[in-house]
Design a protein around this ligand. Structure first.
Ligand code: ATP
Length: 324
């Protein structure tokens, strides 16, 4: 292996830059050349490549987003698109890849490995924390802290007016952010995709808190919850005359959760995993993701990463019933 290619793909996550920096510097330290692939698989297909040196990753450990940019590529979903990408990689003498991204990125990387025998190691970069094979993903801790900071602000105004706030956080299929920021932010109710949410239960709980106990109430809901996120719940409550006296507001935190400087924890995680990804390739591993499990780096076949579901901590969920 002489030349390593590295790319960020899928949803951007704070800490991707710290990981990229670690990949580039570890590769250079091991006398490898490094090509940065811009805009994920889209850039790979188009040959949007840039030579990386130590300086090209200076001053990025602290920044959000990704200096290589990210994209979603429909063309790469098809065999012909992947064949074009493989041809670009070969023409540019790239021998192996580090993929920084989420579950879709790894599905694509695995196909590139199977169809074109490209050595590839993944590093988990996604705010959702929904990847099997690592205790935390790069970007999750930052997104969680951003969400908590916003919930604290919402709490101040909710309290001042005895309002009900529905706060929607990211998580289409996974409730890690909702569950943890709900507990950390003292939410009265947390609704996540992993559990069955019944509207009657939601209404009963809110009425008991707001009318019987006269408390301001915060409901944290993951965007993928089956009641339709904050908007879906708001509509159902507005349609119910029992809620006509309740001052109700919805806040969707949305993309604010993706941006911002990575937390210390994300920077360290990203740096460790970036180093470990390159070392794993040098040790001859491929078609695996490097994760951190119980404080140790661990390799998991990509197939298992996207084939298995990472479970939320159900004990944490029980905790809310006691704490709220
Ligand atoms: P996040 O979890 O933050 O959304 P992700 O990596 O899962 O990140 P996706 O948009 O799902 O983001 O995937 C990124 C890209 O990976 C897609 O745009 C597509 O090009 C490629 N990809 C996804 N799924 C597949 C697949 N089944 N086969 C081939 N390529 C895929």
């Amino acid at each position: 292996m002489q030349r390593l290619g590295v790319y960020t793909s899928g949803g951007d996550a704070p800490g991707m830059n710290a990981c990229l920096r670690a990949v580039v510097r570890t590769a250079l330290t091991n006398d490898l050349d490094v090509t940065g692939i811009r805009r994920g698989y889209e850039g790979m297909i188009e040959g949007d490549f840039v030579e990386m040196d130590r300086r090209s990753v200076s001053n990025i450990v602290q920044t959000g987003g990704t200096v290589l940019k990210s994209a979603r590529s429909e063309e790469f979903m098809h065999e012909e698109g992947r064949a074009k990408a493989a041809q670009q990689l070969r023409q540019n003498k790239i021998d192996a890849l580090v993929a920084i991204g989420g579950d879709g990125t790894f599905r694509g990387a695995s196909k590139l490995h199977d169809e074109h025998e490209f050595p590839v190691v993944g590093a988990p970069g996604t705010i959702d924390n929904d990847l099997y094979g690592t205790d935390a993903t790069i970007g999750y801790d930052t997104a969680l802290n951003t969400a908590i900071e916003n919930i604290d602000r919402v709490r101040d105004t909710a309290d001042a007016h005895n309002r009900l706030f529905l706060v929607e956080v990211m998580g289409r299929d996974a409730g890690f952010i909702a569950l943890n920021c709900g507990i950390g932010g003292g939410a009265e109710l947390i609704l996540i995709p992993e559990t069955i949410t019944e509207m009657d239960m939601v209404k009963e709980r809110i009425l008991s808190l707001m009318t019987a106990q006269r408390r301001s109430t915060i409901v944290v809901v993951a965007e993928g919850d089956e009641l339709g996120g904050a908007r879906g719940i708001e509509q159902a409550l507005r349609d119910d005359p029992d809620f006509s006296d309740i001052d109700l507001r919805s806040t969707i935190l949305g993309h604010t959760q993706r941006g911002g400087a990575p937390t210390a924890s994300d920077r360290v995680l990203a740096s460790r995993l970036g180093v470990a990804a390159v070392e794993s390739l040098l040790d001859g591993h491929s078609d695996v993701m490097v994760g951190l499990v119980n404080g140790e780096t661990k390799l998991t076949p990509l197939r298992n990463v996207y084939g298995r579901r990472k479970s939320i901590d159900y004990d944490l969920l029980k905790l809310t019933q006691i704490l709220s």
